[in-house]
Each structure stands twice: as C-alpha cells, then as structure tokens.
Ligand binder design. Structure first.
Ligand code: PLP
Length: 445
C-alpha cells in the first residue's frame, strides 16, 4: 500500500463518498455517524444511544441486529457464499419464494427476485409490458404513476414516480408515462386519523387518462398503497378499491409498490391485505430481509407467470435478471426474517400498537407550525408550515437535527417529519419519540 493511500485512510476523510440523497457539503461539515445498532437503537462513535424512529429507512422492521437473522447470515456465508440463479438454483431461494407467495394475497404466488426496491419496480414495469406482449397485446406500453409517488431511482421508477426534484433531470427519458393526481389536500383532510374520509373520487383521474390515451394502450398503473417517502399519505377511504375497478374495466395491470408497506407496517403482512384490495403485482424490498442483506422481489399473479411459459421449453422465458437475484445471503436473511415475524407476531404487534402510536402523534396538534398530522398503521407524519422566504425543507431539517441531537433519529422530506419505528417498539419508545419531537417543535422556530 502506498504511503499516500495509508495517509488518506488515517485521515478518515469523508470526501471520497458521494453520499446518496444527501446534502454532501452540509453533512460533511457536521457528520452524523453511526457505528453500531441493536434493537430500537443506533450507537454513535461517542457512545450515544439514538432511538431509531424510522426503522433505518423504513426497513428494519424486526429491530437492528436481530440475533436470529445475524446467525442465519453468518452460517450461510460460510456454507454457500454465492450461487447463480441463471439456469442454476439453490434450494433456499425456492423456499423463500414459496414462503412469500404463501403470505401474499389472492393468487399472487410467484416471485421474481432483485436486490433493491428500485430494481423490483423496474422489473415489475418490464414484466407488465412483456406480459401484454406475450399475450399478443403488444400495443399496451403506457405506464401510469401518481403525483407524489416514489418508486425508487431506476429509469422506470423515476419516470412513474411523481416527485418533481427526482424527475427533473431524468423523468422524460421513458416515453409513454403519465400520472394521476395525488390525493393530498389539506383543505379536506388535515389532521385525519387513519384514512381520510374525503377523496375516493380522485381514483377517477385514471379514467381521465384512459380517455386521453385510449385504455388499450395502457399496460399498468403503479401506486404505493400508502405513499411513504413524500410524507405518509394514507389513501382516502375506498380509493384503492376504485382504482382496482377501473383497472379491471380496462385490462390494466394494477401494481402496488409495497416496498415500505410490506411486512407488517400496516398491521398485516401487506397493505393489500389490510385494505382488502388485491393487485396484479406487488413490489417488495426493505422488510423482506429486515435490511440485513439487500434484497427485493416482485410477487405476481400466477397467470402473469403462466403467460411467459408458452414458448419452447429450452427458451429463456424472460430476458431479465440480476447477478444477485436471490443471493444466498439475502435468501438466508429473508427466511430468518420470515421466522422472526411469525414467532414474535410482529404484524399483530404493529396492529396492537397502532392506536397508541396514533394518539401519541396526534397529541402534537397545536404545537408551533404544525399544519397536519396523519397516520396509518405504524407509519405517521407531522407536516409543518415552511419558513417564510426560506427553502421548503429549512424548518423540517432543523427539527430533524434537533431530534437527532436529543437522541431520536427520524426522517424529513419536504415539509414533513416521518415516523416508522421498528415493529418491536413498545409504548415507552413511542412516548420517548414524541416527547422529543414535541420539545423540538417548541424549540425550533
Ligand atoms: N418504492 C418505494 C415505495 C420506496 O419507498 C422505495 C424506497 O424508499 C423504493 C421503491 C426504492 O427502494 P430502494 O431504495 O431499495 O431502491
């Protein structure tokens, strides 16, 4: 190793890492580092315990460094570090697919593995278009997303996503994409507890796009059952059912992006189960492996898989896949995670804690600058008014920072602070989180 390389390491320079979704220069001036984690807490280099009110990035549903999951991964890495899944296989991959298929609603029993939520989304969009083509319906190429939707950062997910800043440079690169309007309207639904009463009719915006584009050109419509990254937007009562009906009427595939809502966040395995609306495909990631090893999946109705099984048996059925699809470490983590969810009853635990969580966050109503509070299951958000003349995130960033300095890690996006603690949380954790947020709201002007 050259002396300059060594010197570089010794300085522990933060410069070389171009950090994702981060204000790099601001962060590097005053870094927030974590070096360890256990259960509900992160540990900082100076030994502070910080409660994780966001399950990392909505992903560590069973809590950090769960011993069962850690052990399964450690065992796996020594047994089979890598095994291809192109024209080859390893048994645990099939086992995890079966476990997820058994958990999924309706006839969604077939699973395609990827590595991240973004890859799962792009995979689902590609499968949707290829499915119609395989059935001789190749003119269906359009994809419909929703304003304020987040579907990751691949070209497909960026295009169907509805976040202005994320789309700015790249949103135009996929042709044939359009968006239905979002459902967030504070004049109608501020401080709703759970699902807003108003807004089911907004699903009819899909009919408007069918009229505009001709429904026979539309392959799929993708939405998050509860939008997460744009500040937790629970769907109006009846909205998702109406979307389902419109898709059925026009032969459009409905994709639920359950990357955040999957694996217990709404109090059941999937939001589709909570809402009683069965999509044609679901995208999953994050909680699937408790984020211990990156992994993701598309779960689809059996009929979608079957449509690809019509060519000669020797032929590759779908020209798509990732080197690390069903990576042995991810699969081991996934199987252990499924066991933990079941043995610890974490989905039910989330459902049981949700009313307490709801009361706790709604107790912030009336504090300075709070203009909305919303929640569903174990996800919730506080929206604050933007500071006059300042960047929209100026106040939410200061609140986030105040919480961090006082021992609570949360997420801020736009004008909101979002909360999605691990599902192992108890009432004491919930109290601690919202007491800290209340104090921050009183302190931060
Ligand atoms: N879809 C949704 C609904 C998400 O919330 C996210 C990430 O937060 C993604 C997709 C992208 O997942 P990843 O960051 O693993 O690519």
């Amino acid at each position: 190793m050259s002396s300059s390389t060594l010197a570089h390491m010794e300085t522990n320079d933060l410069d070389a890492f171009f950090m994702p979704f981060t204000a790099n220069r601001q962060f590097k001036k005053d870094p927030r580092l974590v070096v360890g984690a256990e259960g509900m807490y992160f540990r900082t280099p100076d030994g502070r315990q910080v409660i994780d009110a966001s399950a990392g990035l909505w992903c560590v549903n069973a809590g950090h460094c769960h011993p069962k999951i850690v052990e399964a991964v450690q065992k796996q890495v020594a047994e089979l570090d890598f095994g291809p899944t192109f024209q080859m296989g390893h048994p645990k991959a099939f086992e995890l697919a079966s476990r997820i298929g058994a958990l999924a609603p309706g006839d969604l029993d077939t699973v395609f593995f990827a590595n991240s939520g973004s890859e799962a989304v792009d995979t689902a969009l590609k499968i949707a278009i290829a499915y119609h083509r395989a059935r001789g319906d190749g003119q269906r190429y359009r994809l419909i997303g929703r304003e304020r939707g987040y579907h990751g950062v691949g070209f497909g997910g960026t295009a169907v996503g509805g976040i202005k800043n994320n789309r700015k440079a790249w949103g135009h690169m996929l042709v044939g994409v359009d968006h239905i309007r979002h459902t967030h309207d504070l004049s109608q639904m501020a401080f709703s507890r759970g699902l807003p009463e108003w807004g089911a009719h907004l699903a009819d915006d899909l009919e408007r796009l069918c009229e505009l584009h001709d429904p026979s050109t539309i392959a799929a419509c993708i939405v998050e059952p509860v939008a997460g990254s744009t500040g937790v937007l629970p769907p109006p009562k009846g909205y998702l059912k109406r979307l389902r009906e419109i898709c059925d009427r026009h032969g459009i595939l409905l994709i639920f992006d359950e990357v955040i809502t999957g694996f217990g966040r709404t109090g059941t395995a999937f939001a589709s189960e909570t809402f009683g609306v069965v999509p044609d495909m679901m995208t999953l990631a994050k909680g699937m492996t408790n984020a211990t090893v990156p992994s993701s999946a598309v779960v689809m109705r059996r009929g979608i898989y079957d449509a690809f099984m019509n060519g000669p048996e020797w032929m590759i059925d779908l020209a798509h896949g990732y080197t690390y699809s069903a990576h042995p470490l991810a699969v081991a983590a996934g199987l252990a995670t499924m066991d933990v969810y079941q043995e610890e009853g974490l989905f039910q635990r989330a459902a049981d804690l949700a009313p307490y969580f709801e009361d706790a966050i709604h107790s912030l109503k009336g504090l300075p600058n709070v203009i909305d509070i919303r929640n569903f299951g174990m996800m919730a958000a506080v929206e604050v008014s933007p500071r006059e003349g300042a960047h929209p995130t100026a106040r939410s960033y200061d609140l986030f920072l105040d919480c961090w300095q006082n021992g609570v890690y949360t997420r801020f996006a736009g004008e909101t602070l979002a909360f999605s603690p691990p599902l192992i949380a108890d009432r004491g954790h919930v109290d601690r989180i919202f007491e800290t947020v209340a104090a921050a709201l009183k302190r931060v002007a």
